[in-house]
Design a protein around this ligand. Sequence first.
Ligand code: SF4
Ligand code: FES
Length: 365
Amino acid sequence: MSEQPLFKLTIDNISIEVPAGTTILNAARKIGGEVAPPAMCYYSKLEGSGGKCRTCLVEVSKGSEKDPRPMPKLVASCRTTVMDGMEVKNITSNKVMDARNGVVEFLLINHPLDCPICDQAGECHLQDLSYEHGKAGTRYEFQRRTFKKHDLGDKIQLHMTRCILCYRCVFTADQLTNKREHGILDRGDHAEIATFIEKNLDNDFIGNVIDVCPVGALTDKTFRFKNRVWFLKPMDAHRDCPTCSGKVTLWNRGDEVFRVTARKDEWGEVEEWICNTCRFDTKKTSDWTIEGPRLIDRHSVISQGHYAGSVGTNKPTETFEAVHGGRKPKLLMDIHTVSDVNRPDITLSMLERPAHTTDFKPNQD
Ligand code: SF4
Ligand code: FES
């Protein structure tokens, strides 16, 4: 195969050379950091993905060396390929920031604000986007969409109200499994993810739809409501699996494995697909060979739960008196006697490991 010529372009004034045929989004990912536009529907491992959500819009202020005219409209960077001499603006463009705010407002029109009870909270791309570009209020006066409840088999829960119709799960089912039984039905604001005549999605790799979903529309029923991701410690682990590579991330609290996911790269994309047995049915630490802690972006709320990490987890060394200018406390309360949650015989701050369920009193409800 002949080598692709290299095209030189600038994105947010940073120069980069990439092979012809590369999209602006992938060129920006090579630079990395904030220069890379957010992508809610594009997924590099899924053929045909992209072009649906418009979160990746950028401004092309110079088309190419040969034709320097700017592109008249903002373009979807996941679907637009680079040209030699192109100049692209992402975070340096007010137009792009305005448009992204608008796109986020649209994505949130029908999305419920149920982050406090959503399992995706803490690792939801829409949550991150709305922190950066969202508004505190809504201009939408109509009722949000409601749907009849669908279960996608016994291990996957679909919350259609949270779906942003990015098509990633449909492409995953199409391209990874040999019998797809779900897709998008209807058009416009009636469009919804549905199983074909309510069939179960039972094949070995279908659990991967949970990992590709950028929001909390598809969640793991074996993990639902059991814990918050930022209380868990992600560990890379592997096992000898006859179906997949067996390379996963375990989400532990102490010795308990709360969930198993595929390993994700810095763009939140799955590195290697994993099978349902690894994901749903192999939840004992003894099933796995632990490789070590998974590196998580230090800005992620999940890294707050890293005990070996440096973010917000250093135990304070000062005594109470040192902090209060030599004054002794007037009243000291023992957490064990005032809390309904802690077990009196365990001092959580003295544990040399993360606390887990057995360190707390059993649920009183
Ligand atoms: S369920 Fe999730 S992955 Fe599937 S289309 Fe909706 S948002 Fe995308
Ligand atoms: S990521 Fe480009 S349109 Fe969705």
